[in-house]
Design a protein around this ligand. Structure first.
Ligand SMILES: *[C@@H]1O[C@H](CO)[C@@H](O)[C@H](O)[C@H]1NC(C)=O
Ligand SMILES: *[C@@H]1O[C@H](CO)[C@@H](O)[C@H](O)[C@H]1NC(C)=O
Ligand SMILES: *[C@@H]1O[C@H](CO)[C@@H](O)[C@H](O)[C@H]1NC(C)=O
Ligand SMILES: *[C@@H]1O[C@H](CO)[C@@H](O)[C@H](O)[C@H]1NC(C)=O
Ligand SMILES: *[C@@H]1O[C@H](CO)[C@@H](O)[C@H](O)[C@H]1NC(C)=O
Ligand SMILES: *[C@@H]1O[C@H](CO)[C@@H](O)[C@H](O)[C@H]1NC(C)=O
Length: 809
């Protein structure tokens, strides 16, 4: 789905504003479409672990970068199309921006001033502004919300694509225990106020395809539903913990049982907008709905490890995901999921700060180990896992080594193989001559940002800007927090180039035809914008104002189609106050020529330059894109669409994962049967059926479209029913039920038998923990890990209390 909402919160620090502990971001709905910029957070340096800076200080600084002032002619054109706007007389200490509608240039800006003197209740005032010209001018429309105090933490809640719907939540908590909202169905032209029968606790949640349907969670944990865009509300359920929309009239929620002392939840579903609800799982710890997959992590008995169950039919039937179970202080986190598969992070025992990434099959049931030692902030859930949306199959993340150093790895085949990033062409490492010393690019993602390192933004990619990745990073043996520079790749991460020195804010415009950047300082006002029309090879400098501003953030319409960029910031005024400024630059007059056929070239993605049939084949097919030449200075325009040409490839062993009970030796494509499992049937429970797996060791990677070539026979035979999870509320015993139950008992008996065999063969009598196949030979002996598991079990205090809330996307 094209990004349509863009929420930015800029924080202005005025000296009497004591709230350094404001929550940056929103309690719910802070998705990739929203970004939150902040000023005024103190910089904590060097909170990474020791040793991370070894051998990386002197890297790259000598690179000669291509940067020049704009020409006189360009300067004249840009000056004519630079539009500063001052928010005079506005006392707001924070500003929130949202793009409303799609491609019409309407922005709402909300400033909020909070009275600093009230501990017991919040009070303040808000102003609302609206722009219809991509931020060049704003008009004050505060009277449409009666200048009411809007709750900043709920932000500007914008409905799904093209719906033009907006909700603002007023803070009237000092007046009554009921809430008040302002709603608009015409992109903020008109607002209507509605008194709510409850006080909302989080932002309201839009049904993605029916924007009149809203769900709200109230203080006091009731779930409320509106079918007329907030005008009237009905209570759906009490004691609700969390909720999520499914498709159409379906939504899911977890609720507390009234006499529950285990703290476990029931997962309920309604398929008729709340008229009837049914229990679809019990003993639920957390749940999530992502892609096609409904997940629940379940604790059968108190103190027992959690297990993940997956449903592909919205909760009618469940299968146990073949993942290691986790104890109370560990957690699961879904890093990414789409219709094909899931990237699942499973936390390591203890407060390790890392875990293992598993990649699923197309049903979310079988998993392969993909990456060990995956860095994952234990306390805040921050990690550097990045979906490179500009090239299919590419993901980047960071691993933590035994010595505490952090290194970046990239995969080009959706988690099949990971490797270090290449050294940028224009950087070199000072070699200390130590053996084994490496020189690679390492990238800074959300984890670095959470550590308050001098990195203002995570990596940036866009599906419309094919192959482009812009990121902060450093070159050396491991990541260095000392001087993050900006690196760029134009081929989806195969090769890199250093493009700017020092940290920057950056944005992609005109579908990649234009990149802009602003140098990031914590203590200095700025006046210069940098831009590049050749994917970061050369930059031009443009001073957009005579009077420098303290920078807050860059804002451009989501979707990268725009050529208007707004620089937001403020200038201090006398006293303790400051004035918000936005400067919008329209590049349309600089790039006047519309690109024609000669400006584009054909580019084979994932090509290694090998002149053979298989060059560019990833996940069973290859793609040729039409891309703008670097030397072309022209505009793609609003109507530009990425054009590509797909061709299937012949299958090879590399298009397959190793199946259950098989593994690959290093540097080999063959799947080898684990010696302990030779000659034994493999059985598991899938959608309520006991399956017998007949495999030659190969399982096609999900979403792989290869044709012909290598084939491997694989049969899953239904043996018996083994459904265990479905908890139907109405269980009148009738004839079929009795049959089902007796089959269940048989299946249960069968299961024990299987478990015993596996136990015997896998771990010499101890409980089986790992039932997934390994992509590479494992670092750790699973049996050893198993022993550690049981020892560690009750010795740790509850730490990750609700950390697999992360399941909820
Ligand atoms: C702000 O947070 C810090 C720690 O994060 C804490 O020590 C401090 O007391 C907090 N200040 C306020 C005003 O809440
Ligand atoms: C929950 O409470 C209701 C009324 O308060 C009661 O009728 C019901 O039996 C209780 N349910 C359980 C499972 O205890
Ligand atoms: C990664 O991003 C691409 C492009 O937006 C998307 O199609 C794909 O589904 C994403 N992958 C996952 C696993 O979320
Ligand atoms: C632009 O601004 C920078 C400082 O921000 C200054 O050093 C430079 O001389 C300015 N360039 C022009 C052409 O005015
Ligand atoms: C830039 O803003 C102007 C309005 O000021 C608008 O007409 C134009 O379409 C915008 N350009 C792009 C590429 O979005
Ligand atoms: C695998 O290949 C790499 C690089 O080609 C080599 O360094 C390594 O020694 C090989 N490993 C084995 C077990 O052959």
């Amino acid at each position: 789905m094209a990004p349509i909402v863009f929420l930015l919160t800029f924080y202005l620090l005025v000296p009497f504003f004591f709230g350094q502990n404001q929550s940056f971001g929103f309690p719910s709905g802070s998705d990739e479409r929203s970004s939150v910029f902040s000023r005024g957070e103190p910089l904590k340096k060097q909170s990474f672990r020791a040793k991370r800076d070894v051998g990386s200080q002197s890297a790259g600084t000598e690179a000669s970068l291509c940067i020049s002032e704009v020409s006189a002619e360009e300067l004249k054109k840009l000056k004519q199309h630079t539009h500063p706007f001052d928010f005079e007389d506005d006392d707001g200490s924070t500003i929130t921006l949202a793009w409303v509608g799609d491609g019409n240039g309407v922005i709402l800006a909300l400033t909020t001033f909070e009275m600093p003197f009230h501990w017991l209740f919040k009070a303040g005032s808000s102003r609302l502004y609206r722009s219809e010209d991509y931020g060049k001018t704003f008009s004050d429309i505060s009277d449409r919300i009666n200048k009411n105090f809007i709750r900043r933490e709920f932000g500007i809640n914008v409905g799904p694509e093209n719906s033009q719907r907006v909700i603002l939540t007023a803070d009237v908590s000092w007046l009554s225990d009921k809430g008040k909202i302002y709603t608009s169905s015409d992109a903020g032209k008109n607002f209507q106020s509605t008194d709510l029968p409850f006080q909302p606790a989080v932002r309201m949640s839009f049904q993605p395809t029916h924007p009149d349907h809203l769900l709200a969670h109230s203080l006091g944990d009731a779930l409320w539903l509106s079918l007329d865009f907030g005008k009237t509300w009905t209570k759906v359920h009490e004691s609700v913990h969390s909720f999520i929309w499914g498709s159409e009239n379906t939504f899911f929620f977890t609720a507390h049982l009234n006499n529950s002392d285990t703290g476990m939840l029931v997962l309920k579903r309604t398929m008729d907008l709340g008229k009837t609800t049914e229990v679809i799982a019990k003993d639920v710890y957390a749940f999530g709905f992502s892609g096609r997959f409904l997940f629940a992590s379940i604790i059968k008995t108190q103190g027992a490890p959690r297990r993940v169950f997956v449903s592909l039919d919205q909760g009618n039937s469940w299968s146990e995901a073949q993942l290691p179970p986790v104890t109370h202080e560990q957690f699961y986190s879904i890093l990414a999921a789409d219709d094909d598969m899931i990237f699942m992070h499973v936390d390591e025992q203890g407060d390790a700060g890392f875990g293992t990434i598993y990649i699923s099959d197309d049903r979310g049931v079988l998993y392969s180990e993909s990456l060990n030692h995956h860095l994952f902030g234990a306390s805040n859930g921050a990690n550097d896992f990045t979906n490179v949306t500009s090239l299919r199959g590419v993901y980047i993340t960071n691993v933590i080594r035994k010595d505490g150093s952090v290194q970046s790895v990239i995969t080009f085949d959706r988690g099949g193989k990971w490797k270090p990033l290449k050294t940028p062409e224009n950087s070199h490492c000072a070699s200390s001559g130590k053996p084994g010393e490496m020189c690679n690019l390492h990238i800074h993602g959300d984890y670095s940002i959470s550590q308050h390192i001098n990195v203002p933004m995570p990596p940036l990619t866009a599906s419309s800007a094919i192959g482009l990745i812009i990121t902060h990073g450093s070159v050396g043996n491991a990541i260095s927090s000392l001087t993050p520079d900006v690196y760029i790749s134009d081929d989806g991460g195969y090769t890199w180039m250093k493009t700017l020195s020092g940290p920057h804010h950056y944005a992609i415009l005109d579908s990649g035809g234009l990149i802009v950047a602003v140098e990031y300082y914590t203590d200095q006002a700025i006046q210069t914008l940098k831009f590049s029309t050749d994917e970061g090879q050369c930059w031009k400098l443009y001073n957009f104002t005579e009077n420098p501003i303290i920078f807050a953030g860059l804002a451009s319409e989501p979707g990268t189609k725009s050529m208007n960029i707004s620089i937001w910031g403020y200038r201090p005024k006398q006293g303790y106050s400051a004035v918000w400024i936005s400067v919008t630059i329209d590049f349309e007059e600089l790039l006047t020529r519309v690109c024609d056929e000669n400006d584009y070239i054909t580019w084979l993605a994932h090509s290694t330059g090998a002149e053979n049939e298989m060059d560019g084949c990833i996940l069973g097919y290859k793609e040729k894109f039409r891309r703008l030449k670097k030397s072309s200075v022209c505009r793609n325009g609003r109507d530009y669409i990425v054009s590509k040409d797909q061709k299937p490839c012949l299958c090879t062993k590399d298009d397959y994962f190793c199946d259950f009970g098989y593994y690959r030796k290093e540097n080999s494509s063959d799947c080898i049967e684990e010696a302990d499992l030779k000659g034994h049937d493999l059985e598991y429970c899938l959608n309520g059926n006991e399956e017998l797996l007949k495999t030659k060791g190969y399982r096609k990677a999900p979403g792989n479209k290869c044709e012909g070539g290598f084939e491997a026979e694989r049969i899953e035979e239904v043996k018996a029913r083994c459904e265990k999870l479905r908890a139907s509320t109405d269980s009148k015993p009738n004839r079929t039920a009795v049959i089902a139950i007796s089959i269940l008992i048989v299946a249960a008996a069968l299961m024990t038998g299987v478990a015993l065999i596996l136990k015997k063969y896998v771990c010499g009598g101890r409980a089986l923990v790992y039932r997934y196949s390994a992509l590479q030979p494992k670092d750790d002996d699973p049996c050893l890990a198993d022993e550690l598991d049981s020892q560690a079990d009750n010795t740790r205090q509850v730490y990750h209390d609700d950390s697999d809330e992360d399941l909820i996307e």
